[in-house]
Design a protein around this ligand. Structure first.
Ligand code: ASP
Length: 331
């Protein structure tokens, strides 16, 4: 009898735990750039990628488990990737044609539709925090260049000398890019092939709110002053509790022209598509037809996850609502 009672109690408490987590699931999905030429990297390098993607996912997921917000989780995951030299964001960012690093980032809150972004910043260690500060501490959505750098200093974000962003492999990439600048067509082709490394995240928190963020150094050899899609709300990042949270990666000019992140959200809202259908249509039809290469990651408030890309590879991963962790690089 006593045994039966204990078993019953265990069963009830187990069911309760399950129903609580099922009723307020948390989930996180990240990318670290799409692109590639279909050539696989050496196994030890690949291992480093998987490890860092896992570290980023775990950092974001830990926030969500402790009932932190989706906005906090997005930043936690992105900071790990910004601080890694593997990715084209923060430390490890690519160089402009003038041999400088100019960084872009944005973040959006699906609950309030508030958003913040920085473009062309040069001394902020973690641009994703600067984007968040713009959202929280100013009435604006985007600050750019010197003004954004000064703002970040003022609000106490970590500032680094410009040379902090120098890495040898990115410098070599710029030199290789320069050597290939014989024809306009060639330079365009090289630009679109090389863009693996921008980072982004979308998260669902225990309150049912979603958020998305993106951070990048842009494209190797970009003209100084060029701003891509990553800090542009609706192009590189979008979040709305009524549809989805999306972060993009790829040839930014195409993502701006086609308002890619917003288009995924709009298809869900106005055409009643699922997140899978919407992401697929935008990446595999709209973008592809236009010649835009890249991908998107995202999720909705039910924890449905998408990772859609039209390139040979996209660094990506998720921890889904059941706690399953997955990372991948190639198609
Ligand atoms: N979308 C970024 C840009 O155009 C680059 C990337 O995603 O790799 O700046």
């Amino acid at each position: 009898m006593k045994h039966n009672l204990t078993a019953l109690l265990l069963l009830v408490s187990g069911a309760l735990t399950m129903s609580t987590s099922a009723a307020s699931p948390v989930a996180i999905v990240i990318h670290a750039g799409a692109g590639g030429k279909g050539i696989k990297m050496p196994a030890d390098k690949e291992k480093q990628y998987h490890e860092t993607l896992t570290k980023a996912l775990r950092a974001g997921h830990a926030v969500l488990i402790k009932k932190g917000s989706a906005l906090e989780a997005v930043q936690a995951a992105i900071v790990v990737m910004e601080d890694s030299i593997l990715f084209n964001a923060g430390k490890g960012a690519v160089f402009t044609s003038a041999g400088e690093n100019e960084l872009d980032a944005s973040i959006m809150d699906g609950k309030t539709l508030l958003a913040g972004a920085v473009g062309g910043v040069t001394v902020i260690k973690n641009p994703i925090h600067a984007a968040h500060a713009v959202m929280k501490k100013t009435p604006h959505v985007m600050l750019a260049g010197e003004g954004a750098d000064t703002f970040a200093k003022k609000v106490g974000l970590e500032i680094v000398p410009r040379k902090y962003f120098y890495t040898e492999h990115r410098w070599k990439q710029l030199e290789q890019w320069k050597a290939k600048q014989k024809t306009k067509e060639q330079s365009q082709l090289e630009m679109t092939r090389e863009y693996l490394g921008t980072v982004g995240c979308a998260a669902l928190d225990s309150k049912g709110n979603i958020a998305a963020g993106t951070s990048t150094g842009g494209l190797t050899g970009k003209q100084y002053g060029r701003i891509g899609d990553s800090p542009i709300i609706a192009a590189g990042t979008y979040a709305d509790n009524a549809s989805c949270a999306i972060s993009c990666t790829g040839h930014g000019e195409f993502f701006i022209r086609h308002a890619v992140a917003f288009d995924v959200s709009a298809r869900m809202k106005y055409a009643n598509e699922t997140i899978e259908q919407a992401a697929k249509a935008v990446v595999q039809q709209t973008l592809k037809k236009a010649g835009g290469r890249g991908g998107v990651i995202g999720l909705d408030t039910k924890g449905n996850i998408v990772m859609e890309f039209n390139t040979p590879a996209m660094n990506r991963g998720y921890i889904d609502k059941n706690g399953k962790l997955h990372t991948a690089i190639y198609k």
